[in-house]
Write a protein that binds this ligand. Structure first.
Ligand code: FAD
Ligand code: UDP
Length: 401
């Protein structure tokens, strides 16, 4: 039988220096088993142990904590993200305040350039600089840019799809330059088949703000995400087992309640059919040069280029090193589930699983895969904190964040 490891041992095996963690012991039954050590599972593990004194077993099938936000130093000593670039941003004081208990921050505002017309680099989201560079015009004010876009925009009666959103704002030409090819690669389908919420994530600007996000809090965990997770999970009463599948753990572990953060359709053995999730292949490269590109991410919207974007971590982390590490993202259908695919038929199928989830006593479904929502990290943290509040209230405890 598999032996439970205390958190210290597990963190040591994950290749990161382990903090002193008291072993929880596994001979007692657990109050909760949590499946998935990403943001959803880790926030709940921390809250349940520290605020309600629960005994918690946290498992993950991967050999590390942090879920898709996991970062690590590569052979060149560059801090990189194994599952693609993760930039933290939020407007929620509750979320930034909560995470600030576990990390210091490095202020960082993400900037993205799009490589168009065979290599011209222009700001993305589209802003006044993008228009001036692309069209060789001299739009000087917001009003100028607004009028320019209005003259190209095509009226769309009811905005439903990811194509409608963009065409109605900037017209077909800019849509084709920046959105159509990228989206067709990223999702394996045309923007006209995807919910409007997907491309609506990327705004259009008439000013010259070239930041990717405008949230009031934008920063990277000063020593990386994995360190932040270690600090969050360094709690008495918490046992962590890595490299363990839920299928196996549920046979062995004794627990009262379950928190599941994996794909919801998998939990129910795909009873109503598979929920589509989009995957990516990552190509990580370390180059023998100090810098590769001028900003954190360059997007490649042209359909002929097989990847969607290249990110260079040193821009994000502020690390100095002689060499640099970059990641290419190649979208694909098979592989680890990374993105729920927002479109009406998938939402309808998810609703059937959600109904099953609601009727399943003593199990909570939390996170991007378990609630089939295209959530950023901060939204997952907010969702986990809300779940925790409901659990605490059910026990007659009022928790002040
Ligand atoms: P995950 O991090 O996916 O954690 C779920 C965990 O459950 C995984 O570790 C998995 O191994 C485990 N698990 C699943 N099934 C089982 C099972 N059966 N048994 C055991 N373990 C299981 N968000 C941002 O805010 N900013 C960004 O810049 C950003 N960039 C991103 C880039 C990419 C390429 C991707 C894919 C996502 C990005 N995100 C970003 C989103 C972010 O990754 C998610 O919001 C967040 O990681 C979701 O946390 P989670 O806990 O719900 O899921
Ligand atoms: N998108 C695009 N061109 C771009 C950037 C984004 O068409 O240059 C579309 C694409 O459909 C993408 C979506 O907008 O999937 C959301 O972009 P975001 O950068 O938020 O994607 P994520 O970081 O979540 O992969």
């Amino acid at each position: 039988a598999r032996r439970a490891q205390d958190a210290t041992e597990v963190l040591a095996q994950s290749g990161v220096a382990a903090p002193a963690i008291r072993p929880a012991g596994r001979n007692k039954p657990f109050d909760y088993m949590i499946v998935g050590a990403g943001f959803a599972g880790s926030v709940l593990a921390e809250r349940l142990t520290t605020q309600l004194g629960k005994r918690v077993l946290l498992i993950d099938k991967r050999p590390h904590i942090g879920g898709n936000a996991y970062d690590e130093k590569d052979a060149a000593g560059v801090l990189m993200h194994r599952y693609g670039p993760h930039i933290f941003h939020t407007n929620s004081d509750e979320v930034s305040g909560y995470l600030s208990q576990f990390t210091k921050w490095r202020p960082y505002e993400h900037r993205v350039l799009a490589s168009v017309k065979g290599g011209l680099l222009v700001p993305m989201p589209i802003n006044r600089t993008t228009l001036n560079t692309l069209y060789g015009v001299d739009l000087r004010t917001d009003d100028d840019a607004e009028a320019f876009l209005a003259s190209r925009a095509e009226p769309v009666e009811k905005i439903r799809t990811s194509e409608d959103v963009v065409i109605s704002k900037v017209g077909r030409e800019l849509y084709e330059t920046f959105f159509r090819g990228y989206t067709r690669k990223q999702w394996g389908m045309d923007p006209s088949e995807l919910d409007k919420s997907v491309t609506a994530r990327v705004p259009t600007r008439t000013n010259d703000d070239d930041r990717y996000f405008t949230d009031k809090f934008q920063a990277m965990p000063a020593e990386g995400y994995t360190r932040m997770f270690e600090s969050m999970l360094d709690q008495p009463g918490l046992t962590i087992e890595l490299g363990v599948e839920y299928e196996d753990a549920r046979e062995e572990a004794v627990y009262d309640r379950l928190i599941f953060t994996g794909p919801v359709d998998e939990y129910f053995d795909h009873r109503y059919g598979k929920l589509p999730y989009r995957s990516l292949a990552f190509r990580h490269e370390t180059l023998d040069q100090e810098w590769f590109q001028p900003v954190g991410t360059v997007n490649y919207p042209e359909e002929a280029t097989p990847y969607t974007r290249i990110s260079e971590y040193k821009h994000l982390t502020g690390q100095s090193a002689r060499r640099t590490t970059i990641t290419y993202e190649y979208p694909r259908a098979d592989g680890d589930p990374y993105y729920p695919v927002p479109r009406p038929e998938n939402q309808a199928l998810y609703k059937r699983y959600e109904a099953l989830a609601l009727e399943t006593a003593n199990v909570h479904f939390v996170g991007r895969l378990a609630t089939y929502r295209y959530y950023n990290m901060d939204q997952v943290v907010g969702q986990a904190l809300a779940t925790f509040r409901r659990i605490a209230e059910r026990e007659g405890r009022t928790i002040v964040a």
